[in-house]
Ligand binder design. Structure first.
Ligand SMILES: NC(=O)c1ccc[n+]([C@@H]2O[C@H](COP(=O)([O-])OP(=O)(O)OC[C@H]3O[C@@H](n4cnc5c(N)ncnc54)[C@H](O)[C@@H]3O)[C@@H](O)[C@H]2O)c1
Length: 437
């Protein structure tokens, strides 16, 4: 990391959300409440954390916004795309995450956020049927329409910069295909020839954002920007990327507990995780092809922390299972159960169990991550940092990493936080001072 001069956050920042469902509306309404001074931005590092800068006698703790020039929430201009026509107020009420007392004070502003027509393909999300959808002959035409949306939004709202963030439904699983996803020229050719099997709608949004110079953040586990062709494009356009999949509930717990086991040299023979949730996300994830995308994301997290090559006696035989069950009565209030079978002194003959029952609120946990990811992506762009932003892994379940070069992702929350703090320090003109080991 090299010290950078970060351009100041002047003018308006356009925040374009793909998907105007539970997570997006909780983020939007909460952010509008916060900027009126009427809400607590709990869970947001950019708004609440203090980070140490300097050492010894020169040591001080500062808010992130005092170290680096973050965009002011007052300068946000928020827009969205969705397959449903409900405005942000209607959608927030429908989601039933926030209480009316956290929605009504910003009703006027929410009602003005009317979703643009979505780039949607029912092949990728079979459980949803909406009318607010773009018509196009090819994926390339979809990209052109999305680019036009971004330009028009920017102009109409007088934005200096735009960040695009995906908080739409998880798409069905598609594997990485070297013939299409490796090189930018192949990706573009596949878009032009309307290769629908390999080009998902989310790739169209990402391509459009990058083409317009807007940082793109992937909040779901979709393949999307996790391919070398997108990195090549981001590099060419000087655009930062971050993804994938907001790290909110169960996986957040995993990346805290697994380092504890590793640090204490405790073994693991099994980790069973199951969830019940009843929101629209739960309904989409009930479809096996969509769950597969999520499963891959959720399963990968402990592999690099509990490394079977480094500690074969402790971690070579882990049975790791993740389930998500759609259960309508719970709505957005997800319950995540975990059972860990662990062992230590004298091995598995003296097994022990850890049980976790996390009664969480999905969107309440995800909203502050959306805010931080938007602010950090914009900050990175102004710092001139392009491509995969590994320092933003802190917020993500499946952190993007250059797998072509054999780089391993960092999942351990504390290592991720060290990376995050160092990035902020460097951008603020301070020294990065924590070794990752
Ligand atoms: N804690 C969390 O809530 C959490 C954590 C990690 C990831 N996520 C992911 O965030 C995403 C949003 O979650 P949610 O609870 O808000 O879901 P949601 O179903 O309430 O909202 C998603 C919205 O996206 C819209 N949509 C679907 N495909 C679209 C497309 N191609 N273009 C535009 N809009 C589209 C849907 O109509 C819906 O309104 C999901 O992919 C979810 O898996 C959520």
């Amino acid at each position: 990391m090299e010290a950078n001069l970060v351009k100041p956050a002047t003018g308006k920042l356009g925040v374009l959300c793909v998907g105007l469902g539970a997570v997006s509306t909780t983020f939007i309404a909460g952010t509008l409440m916060c900027r009126k001074g009427m809400g607590l931005p709990g869970g947001s590092i950019t708004q609440m954390a203090r980070i140490r800068v300097g050492r010894g006698d020169k040591k001080t703790y500062k808010r992130v916004g005092e170290i680096v020039p973050l965009a002011d929430l007052k300068d946000f201009e928020i827009g969205a795309w969705d397959i449903f026509t409900d405005n942000a107020y209607q959608s927030a009420m429908h989601a039933e995450v926030l209480k009316p007392c956290h929605i009504e004070p910003v009703r006027d502003e929410l009602e003005k956020i009317v979703p643009m027509k979505a780039a949607f393909d029912p092949e990728y999300v079979s459980r949803l049927h909406g009318e607010n959808v773009k018509q196009a002959n090819t994926r390339w035409e979809l990209v052109e329409q999305l680019r036009d949306d971004i330009r028009t939004f920017k102009k109409e709202h007088g934005c200096e910069r735009v960040v695009v963030i995906w908080a739409a439904s998880t798409e069905k699983y598609i594997p990485y295909n070297e013939q299409v996803h490796k090189n930018l020229s192949d990706l573009e050719a596949a878009m032009r020839s309307d290769d629908r099997a390999n080009i998902s709608p989310s790739m169209c949004y990402a391509y459009a954002a990058i083409a317009e110079g807007a940082p793109f953040v992937m909040g779901a586990p979709n393949l999307c920007i996790d391919i070398p062709a997108m990195w090549e494009f981001a590099d060419k356009q000087n655009v930062p990327l971050a993804g994938k999949d907001f790290k909110t509930g169960q996986t957040l717990m995993k990346t805290v507990l697994a380092p504890m086991l590793h640090t204490r040299c405790l073994g693991l023979s099994g980790w069973f995780s199951t969830n019940i949730l009843g929101n629209r996300d739960g309904e989409v994830l009930d479809a096996p092809e969509n769950f597969k995308t999520k499963e891959v994301s959720k399963l990968s997290v402990i592999d690099t922390i509990l490394d079977k090559n480094e500690q074969p006696e402790l971690y070579s035989d882990i049975y790791h299972k993740v389930r998500i069950n759609y259960y309508p009565p719970r709505g957005d209030n997800k319950e995540g159960w975990d059972n860990l079978d662990i062992f230590g002194w004298m091995g598995p003959d003296y097994g022990m169990q850890i049980k976790i029952d996390f009664l969480c609120r999905d969107s309440i946990l995800a909203a502050p991550l959306m805010l931080d990811l938007v602010l950090c992506a914009d900050l990175a762009a102004r710092a001139g940092w392009k491509g995969i932003q590994t320092w933003m892994s802190f917020y993500l379940k499946s952190p993007m990493h250059d797998y072509v070069k054999g780089i391993e992702p960092v999942h351990d929350l504390f290592q991720q936080f060290a990376m995050f703090k160092n990035a902020i320090r460097v951008m603020g003109g301070y020294e990065a001072d924590q070794e990752l080991d």
